[in-house]
Design a protein around this ligand. Structure first.
Ligand code: AMP
Length: 607
């Protein structure tokens, strides 16, 4: 039965994320939202067109014809919502509301097919920065599509709802939303199901497209330098091919340390076909990315300042948008905000799922946050590296980070220390400390018979951790040069060490740290006066050297910032600095750590 002829069910409300590039629809059942998939596809590209016969097509079909028939295809209409301009599609001009209505109609029908009844009401999300005119246009688009828009909610609000619906008390979240073309950061507060956007900042010229361009630049440089093709950048067809490869490579680099890009017949030189085969590394990509991430962090600072919040006051940091799958993003946010962000609700879906939660609330249902299985711990290995700026033999390198959605898989590359090194020990640790010895060792694997030639391009061991829903951690290592592999499993990786065991391990290590202070390999240095001598004397109270060093650095920065600091901050800083110095003198490590963090937070704004 076609959806139009079914009786509309007045009680059913659907949740819609009407995106610039992609849209999704969520329905709610038993208090739980879910995305409606069709043909295995959850995403509907926000594209509208007329086919060869003049019939309207929406989604993938419209997107596929965009290159061949641009005059009758419309992309990214969201950018024009509320502008009063019209776009041409075929012979006629349409308002942005009308074009969006086609997308909404397609989503409405999709939901109706899944539910087996017609749907007449929707909650639709819009960016937090949308003006009244843009919101009104969105409402009108809904009405044109035959939907009563019961609520327009902000995208970060929806993201917050997908995580926090039903949570008790007041919670403050930072939503970091990095998609294909735009970046938004919002600070939101949620209290008894009511969400308020406290501040929002962003950059509508920052997103995955820029990252594709970085990779494309490396491919073009390779084509020019290695293949000797000079005018590659003028070849539009080649550029289109390379751009597609660049995006694919970028996505792969989120899971792999290297990626090989191969394109047949990119040009003909002296009558001979030239093929592209080049390797890109995550390390290079991350270096290229740095200026963009810095810009996004500036917006994070602005949003926090505008909301009058400090990083430590945030209850959660949420990742939204496909580009936040780049692991470096979680890493820089952790460094900057002092907590691991959450990305376990699919970053492409969490806005639509949150719209579904809001739809449930509108229907008077008790709704639950979108619960997914995540790992409560970080899993990593140990390398000869550095700790707090000093060489250290047990630097912890995380592979699967805390809060990752399960199943989780991550590969990284590690190098042997010496030429002719014949074996490598892969130690598996669980924990959050940059010092591997302060985490819990849960397994060791030995890779013997190595064949690592000095200077060879394909040196190194690729180590993959994959953690499944049953808590089994599969460890796989492959020697790049020879392809030889070893595999192992750590059973019950999640269950075996709860917080208690971790606490015990930490205590054990701290105790050892205090006793065996010979300074070797970053061990505890004798604090204060050297121990020993004939007379046994009470050991001077001391904090561990890393705490002392960090506190010292923060104090030095605070001294510098003091003069230029606003009066109200200066007073607080002086108090904190005095207290911190006292805590250091008394050997109160924990208190010193807390005071240092408080001081750091003030400096975060001043520097
Ligand atoms: P969105 O607008 O939220 O759908 O985000 C789309 C952007 O996310 C595009 O630029 C994609 O290339 C990018 N993207 C999707 N998956 C990944 C991934 N695993 N790693 C890096 N970027 C990704």
């Amino acid at each position: 039965m076609p959806a139009e002829t079914r009786a509309a069910d007045d009680d059913t409300i659907i949740g819609i994320d009407l995106g610039t590039t992609n849209s999704e629809v969520a329905i709610i059942a038993g208090g739980k939202p879910s995305i409606v998939e069709e043909g295995g596809e959850a995403i509907l590209p926000s594209c509208v067109g007329l086919d060869d016969h003049g019939a309207v097509v929406v989604g993938r079909q419209a997107r596929n014809q965009a290159a061949a028939a641009p005059e009758r295809t419309v992309l990214s209409i969201k950018r024009l919502m509320g502008s009063g301009t019209q776009v041409r599609m075929g012979k006629e001009a349409y308002t942005p509301q009308e074009i969006s209505a086609f997308v909404l109609k397609a989503l409405k029908e999709r939901a109706a097919r899944a539910l087996g009844r017609d749907v007449g009401k929707a909650v639709i999300t819009v960016p937090a920065y949308f003006t009244d005119a843009q919101r009104q246009a969105t409402r009108e688009a809904g009405e044109i599509a035959g939907l009563t828009v019961v609520r327009i909610i902000n995208e970060p609000t929806a993201a917050a709802l997908s995580y926090e619906s039903g949570a008790a008390g007041s919670r403050t979240l930072l939503v970091y939303d990095l998609g294909g073309g735009t970046f938004d950061v919002s600070v939101v507060r949620i209290e008894q199901g009511v969400v308020e956007v406290l501040a929002t900042a962003g950059d509508n010229q920052l997103g995955g497209d820029d990252f594709d361009a970085l990779v494309l630049e490396r491919l073009n440089a390779h084509v020019e330098q290695e293949l000797g093709i000079e005018n590659a950048r003028d070849d539009r067809l080649l550029q289109a091919r390379l751009r597609r490869s660049a995006e694919r490579a970028k996505i792969e680099l989120s899971d792999q340390p290297y990626v090989r890009v191969e394109e047949d017949h990119v040009a003909t030189v002296d009558g001979e076909a030239r093929h592209l085969a080049c390797e890109l590394t995550r390390a290079d990509f991350e270096r290229d990315l740095e200026p963009f991430l810095d810009r996004s962090l500036q917006a994070v600072t602005t949003a926090l300042q505008d909301a009058g919040m400090r990083p430590s006051e945030l209850d959660r940091v949420l990742l939204v948008g496909g580009s936040t799958r780049i692991p470096r993003i979680a890493a820089v946010l952790t460094e900057r905000l002092g907590q691991e962000p959450h990305g376990e609700v699919d970053p492409d879906m969490c806005v639509a799922l949150g719209a579904g939660v809001q739809a449930g609330l509108e229907m008077g249902q008790d709704t639950q946050a979108v619960l997914v299985d995540i790992t409560p711990y970080t899993f990593g290995t140990r390398v000869e590296g550095e700790l707090y700026g000093r060489p250290y033999a047990h630097e912890f390198v995380p592979l699967i980070r805390r809060n990752s959605k399960l199943p989780a898989i991550r590969t990284d590359v590690f190098f042997t220390l010496f030429e002719d090194q014949e074996e490598a020990e892969i130690k598996v640790y669980q924990g959050e400390d940059p010092d591997a010895l302060k985490n819990v060792e849960i397994g060791t694997f030995l890779f013997g018979g190595l064949n690592q030639r000095e200077g060879a391009r394909d040196r190194g061991l690729l180590v993959t951790y994959s953690l499944d829903l049953d808590g089994l951690l599969h460890v796989h290592a492959r020697e790049r040069a020879t392809g030889r592999e070893i595999r192992g499993v750590v059973e019950n990786a999640i269950g075996r060490t709860g917080a208690e065991a971790l606490g015990e391990a930490r205590e054990r290590v701290s105790a050892l740290w205090g006793e065996a202070g010979d300074g070797a390999e970053g061990g505890a240095e004798p604090a204060g006066e050297a121990a020993g001598g004939v007379e046994p004397s009470p050991a001077p109270a001391a904090v561990p050297p890393d705490v002392a060093r960090e506190a010292g650095e923060t104090l030095a920065r605070a001294e510098q910032a003091l003069e230029a600091a606003p009066a109200e901050d200066r007073e607080e800083m002086i108090d904190l600095m005095e207290d911190l110095r006292d805590a250091l003198k008394e050997g109160a490590a924990e208190r010193a750590g807390e005071l240092r963090r408080e001081l750091d937070e003030i400096l975060f704004y001043l520097e």
